[in-house]
Ligand binder design. Structure first.
Ligand SMILES: Cc1cc2nc3c(=O)[nH]c(=O)nc-3n(C[C@H](O)[C@H](O)[C@H](O)COP(=O)(O)OP(=O)(O)OC[C@H]3O[C@@H](n4cnc5c(N)ncnc54)[C@H](O)[C@@H]3O)c2cc1C
Length: 442
């Protein structure tokens, strides 16, 4: 059974590797990758000895231990990784606030602490007393869940920076299951200065010693390189009696990790309404700016959130050189800043580096005279935007693809808000199914 895999990001590469491990002949697998390198959103870039991740700072962690161990194993095992404790903070004026925000209220100025606590308790009481259901739109959901104070001081300005659109246009679907409910006792404790932790499942993470996060996909690519065709964007999928022609070559099965929005251009015979639906799936792009610093050490931070306008356009700053000593030359450090832009619009222009730097200086994270140089990378598909039409567009598109023998897989291949470990888990499941079919058929 000949299988075409569209895209050699972590989803496509992991799928191929699991199929090989299951005994599917490697000669039956072909990966098509549009870019000249494999890795997709897991990519990293090295400039003058400074390494950064091109689609936002990436860390390896997972609730699924076997999946994480598999990723490490493919990349050279435990010794190829650095283990780190997550140290994340929110910059609030000249203060450092513990993350998640509701576990850090005691770090706020008194008035803000009071407003956030009052709102949190009111919202909690409101939910308890009236059993009110989670509102469908994100703006109302934030108030319902966190209350007025946290909405005004953190959640709304931070989310406006990321989503670049009025928050009432987003649904609350994407937060379901992503934002754990902090026990009220923890929030009360935090507000009077007793430390509470929050998200413990991410408290330890791993990062490749060398090569940035891309070391993981590089290792997979290395194992599969005879099956991967780089710089080969798939331009047409045409139905045959028993499968699909991929750019004129015949395959029994096709797995696509190509963003769903792009498929109507490629797939022949897609009904008009399904195609319109997929084209209209909203997304945001990301531009990452690396600042190489002539500074020997950083504070012990993993990343910092910048919620406020005066802190510049970046929403998050990653202390890249703290992830691994391999990310900067000896005696130097680096920061990487993330700025989103609405999908389909041009990336921010050349003024961005200065605007972001001015924000960092204002926030007290860096001095201008420490900056050696900056570098940037942009990724078109970075964040799925959950607007009101999202669920229906996605459902119809995926139903049609699956009914027609195309398996959608991956973060934008299925429009699932997945981290790389979840991509690997989904690839493992799909490989199980396909291998049964392939081995049964041979
Ligand atoms: C800001 C941000 C932060 C993140 N942080 C983390 C993190 O800390 N930890 C973590 O584990 N994950 C993180 N992720 C998620 C992680 O990057 C993704 O889950 C993962 O990389 C998605 O892999 P994929 O293979 O599904 O998609 P992609 O990486 O997008 O791969 C799809 C591939 O298809 C190719 N392609 C497109 N069109 C065609 C075509 N016509 N023909 C052939 N090929 C084509 C593309 O070039 C690309 O290589 C983060 C993502 C973002 C945006």
């Amino acid at each position: 059974m000949k299988i075409a895999i569209l895209g050699a990001g972590v989803s496509g590469l992991a799928l191929a590797q699991f199929l090989v491990e299951a005994g599917v002949p490697r000669a039956d697998l072909s990966l098509f990758e549009a870019a000249p390198v494999a890795g997709g959103l897991c990519g990293s870039k090295t400039v003058d000895g400074f390494t950064y991740d091109v689609a936002g700072g990436h860390i390896l962690f997972s609730k699924d231990r076997p999946a994480m161990d598999w990723m490490k194993g493919q990349t050279g095992g435990e010794e190829a990784f650095v283990e780190r404790r997550r140290e994340t903070k929110i910059r609030f004026g000249d203060r450092w606030v513990h993350y998640p925000f509701e576990n850090g209220l005691g770090d706020l100025p008194d008035q803000a602490n009071f407003e956030c606590l009052k709102g949190y308790v009111e919202a909690w009481h409101q939910r308890l007393a009236h059993g009110s259901k989670a509102p469908a739109d994100f703006l109302s959901w934030v108030r319902w869940r966190f209350g007025e104070g946290i909405a005004e001081h953190f959640m709304n300005p931070y989310n406006e920076k990321i989503w670049k659109r009025p928050l009432q246009e987003l649904t609350s679907d994407w937060v379901a299951g992503r934002v754990p409910d902090a026990p009220i006792d923890d929030v009360l404790r935090a507000s009077i200065g007793i430390r509470t932790e929050g998200y413990v499942h991410q408290s330890i993470f791993y990062y490749p010693k060398k090569g940035g996060f891309q070391a993981i996909t590089d290792a997979l690519y290395h194992t599969l390189r005879d099956r991967v065709r780089l710089a080969t964007p798939v331009q047409s999928l045409v139905r045959t009696k028993s499968g699909w022609n991929v750019d004129g070559e015949s395959f029994d099965r096709v797995v696509s990790t190509v963003p769903l929005n792009l498929l109507p251009r490629i797939v022949e015979g897609m009904p008009q309404d399904v195609a319109e639906g997929l084209r209209g799936l909203a997304y945001n792009s990301i531009t990452c700016i690396l600042y190489a610093l002539n500074r020997p050490v950083h504070p012990e931070l993993s990343w910092v959130y910048l919620p406020h306008h005066e802190q510049g356009p970046a929403n998050r700053v990653t202390y890249m050189s703290n992830y691994s000593p391999g990310n900067a030359p000896e005696g130097k450090t680096s920061l990487m800043c993330e700025v989103t832009s609405p999908g389909g619009e041009p990336y921010p222009d050349g003024r961005l580096e200065e605007e972001v730097l001015a924000g960092l200086v204002h926030a007290g994270l860096v001095r201008r005279d420490e900056v050696l140089f900056s570098d940037r990378a942009s990724s078109r598909f970075a964040y799925i935007v959950y607007d009101a039409t999202f669920a229906e567009r996605k459902r119809r598109g995926i139903e049609w693809l699956e009914a027609n023998g195309i398996e959608p897989l991956g973060r934008f291949g299925r429009y699932d808000y997945h981290n790389s470990d979840q991509c690997v888990i989904a690839a493992r499941e799909l490989a199980g199914r396909l291998a049964k079919e392939a081995l049964g058929a041979s």
